[in-house]
Structure formats: structure tokens, C-alpha cells
Design a protein around this ligand. Structure first.
Ligand code: SF4
Length: 321
């Protein structure tokens, strides 16, 4: 089909079916992808605090579109174990290379940041550290311990890598430190792993999520996927089923945005209506909580969502009693 005719065909299909939107001829963002510019002094204060404490953030390193909104509210997601990743995923803006030595002051600095930002809920993530014997698990444990000591009222959400070939021991160590939420993103459908997430294995990631629940069913588990990478709707439904089989509580879904021309291209801008349709299906599949919108990211509104998830679990338990 000629490209104009194909575009018209897809446009017509997208009107008939909200789950399909035409592939853009250029990578111009549609109107529904609107981001807030940073305003006020809080943004600059958050940035200055992170530099003073020598902390990296995924907000900056991943070029998150929500940074204006989140940092204005002093919500930042700390990225531990440095700013250099040992992997090179096709969707991710974090730089790849040989990371520096682990900073022994980092756990205390994360706790200071949580206190100074006044965080009731903190999200801590990391780069992949395939170079470390434990993949960096012990640093997650130290961060959780430092937060518990210094800001005991802050609830803790961790977003970990897959700890390739060492996930059992890594998960066991982290779960023993008892974060409130354990997040690990599946990122995309299994068919796209070789191109989008070549260093990872879909079923290994799924097993990691499963093993968190096996070790401690009281810890909330969370996982996310990006859409717009060329996945099919039924493949996304299958990922939801796989997550539910691993007893994942909370699903996040957001639009993939290409951080630079070197990264994977956007194959589709998924419409807000299509996100709503995905969310309805996910809820029917039994997730405690679903966040699905073009700008949803793993840590977007994480504190509010944690409260919702806790309330949903209590309501579910009360209904069973
Ligand atoms: S959504 Fe998460 S990563 Fe993005 S700016 Fe907000 S806190 Fe940072």
C-alpha cells in the first residue's frame, strides 16, 4: 500500500478502534503528550540538593518528561550505584560504560535527601551493575537500612535491575531488608526483547517478580511496560497475564518516547483512549492498581499510588473476611 493510502487507512482504523493510532511520518509528539515546564524555586533546590549530595537521579539521566512537574513538588527518584550502566538498552538514555567504584556514602546521602525533601514516600532505583558480584543488591540493602534509621516514617519503593544470573540471592537479601514496594519493570513484550532489552531475559525478569512474593507476600510488587515500540495489543494482554501469574500487584503503562535519534524509534503514539482500554482490561485481570496514561512512568505519582494500593489491599482483605 502506498504510504499516503496506508496513512489514511490507519487513520480510519484508529477512528474505528481506539487501540490503533496511525504511525507518525515524523517523530512529532501528538497533542496529548504535554509536559509541564519547571517553575519556581523548588526545581532548582531539588537539583542543588542532588548535586551537593553527589546523587544521580533517573529523572535527569533518563530524560524523564515529567521532571518539571515532579521536581517542582520536590519528588525525585534517586538512582544509586552511579550514573553509568553496564547495559545498553535501546530505549534508555542512561549512559553506558565502565562504572566507577560504589560510593560508600551514598546510602546516608539518600537518607539525607529524603529528609531534606520531606518525602513521605521515596523511590530508589539503580543502573545495572553486572560488574559487581552481587549486582549491587547490598547497596540497595544499605540504602533501605539508612532510610529506616534516619526517616522511619518514609515508605520505601525500590526499582531494581534484573540482577542477571544472581537474582535469587539478590532478591533474598533485598526482601529481608523489607522495602514497602518492590518494582521491577518488564519494559516490553517478550518478542521485542532482543532489540529493545538485549541484555535481559523476559522470563528471568518475571521469575524475579515471582520470587519477591515467594519470599515475602506482604511486600507490594509492581512492574511496568512501555508501549509504542511496535508491540501488538494481544501481546500486551499476555504480559498482563504473565504479571498476574507472578502475583504482581501494580501495573504501570506509559508511552515510549525516543530520548535521542540513536535510540529505538517510536512505532506508534498510543492514544489516551487506548490507554484507558488497556487499564480497564488490566483491572479486569485482577491487578490491585493500574496506572496507564501516555506520561505514566514507574515513579510518577508513586507516593499517592502507594496509598491507593494499600487501601485497595485492605478493602480486598475486608471483603474476604
Ligand atoms: S516520573 Fe519519576 S523519573 Fe520522572 S521526573 Fe517524576 S520522579 Fe523523576
Amino acid at each position: 500500500m502506498a504510504s499516503r493510502a496506508r496513512y489514511r487507512y490507519l487513520a480510519a482504523m484508529s477512528e474505528a478502534d481506539p487501540l490503533i493510532s496511525p504511525r507518525p511520518t515524523r517523530q512529532r509528539k501528538p497533542d496529548w503528550i504535554r509536559v509541564k515546564a519547571p517553575v519556581g524555586s523548588a526545581f532548582a533546590e531539588t537539583k542543588a540538593l542532588m548535586r551537593r549530595l553527589n546523587l544521580a537521579t533517573v529523572c535527569e539521566e533518563a530524560a524523564c518528561p515529567n521532571i518539571g512537574e515532579c521536581w517542582t513538588k520536590k519528588h525525585a527518584t534517586v538512582m544509586i550505584l552511579g550514573d553509568t550502566c553496564t547495559r545498553a538498552c535501546a530505549f534508555c538514555n542512561v549512559k553506558t560504560g565502565m562504572p566507577r567504584a560504589v560510593d560508600p556514602l551514598e546510602p546516608e546521602h539518600v537518607a539525607v535527601a529524603a529528609a531534606e525533601l520531606g518525602l513521605s514516600h521515596i523511590v530508589v532505583t539503580s543502573v545495572d551493575r553486572d560488574d559487581l558480584p552481587d549486582g549491587g543488591a547490598s547497596q540497595f540493602v544499605k540504602v533501605i537500612e539508612a532510610l529506616r534509621r534516619n526517616t522511619p516514617a518514609t515508605t520505601i519503593e525500590i526499582l531494581t535491575p534484573d540482577f542477571r544470573n544472581k537474582s535469587e540471592r539478590a532478591v533474598e537479601a533485598i526482601v529481608t531488608a523489607r522495602p514497602d514496594v518492590y518494582n521491577h519493570n518488564l519494559e516490553t513484550v517478550p518478542r521485542l526483547y532482543p532489540t529493545i532489552r538485549p541484555g535481559a531475559r523476559y522470563y528471568a525478569s518475571l521469575r524475579l517478580l515471582e520470587s519477591v512474593k515467594r519470599h515475602d507476600p506482604s511486600i507490594f510488587t509492581k512492574s511496568g511496560v512501555m508501549v509504542g515500540l511496535g508491540e501488538q495489543r494481544l501481546e500486551v494482554h499476555q504480559v498482563m497475564d504473565d504479571m498476574r501469574s507472578a502475583d504482581v500487584d501494580f501495573l504501570t503503562m506509559g508511552q515510549y518516547l525516543q530520548p535521542t535519534p540513536r535510540h529505538a524509534t517510536v512505532e506508534e503514539f498510543v492514544t489516551p483512549q487506548a490507554f484507558n482500554a488497556y487499564a480497564a482490561i488490566a483491572r479486569a485481570k485482577g491487578f490491585l492498581l493500574v496506572a496507564a496514561s501516555p506520561l505514566t512512568r514507574s515513579s510518577y505519582h508513586a507516593g499517592d499510588d502507594f496509598e491507593k494500593m494499600r487501601a485497595a489491599r485492605e478493602a480486598k482483605l475486608a471483603a474476604r473476611a
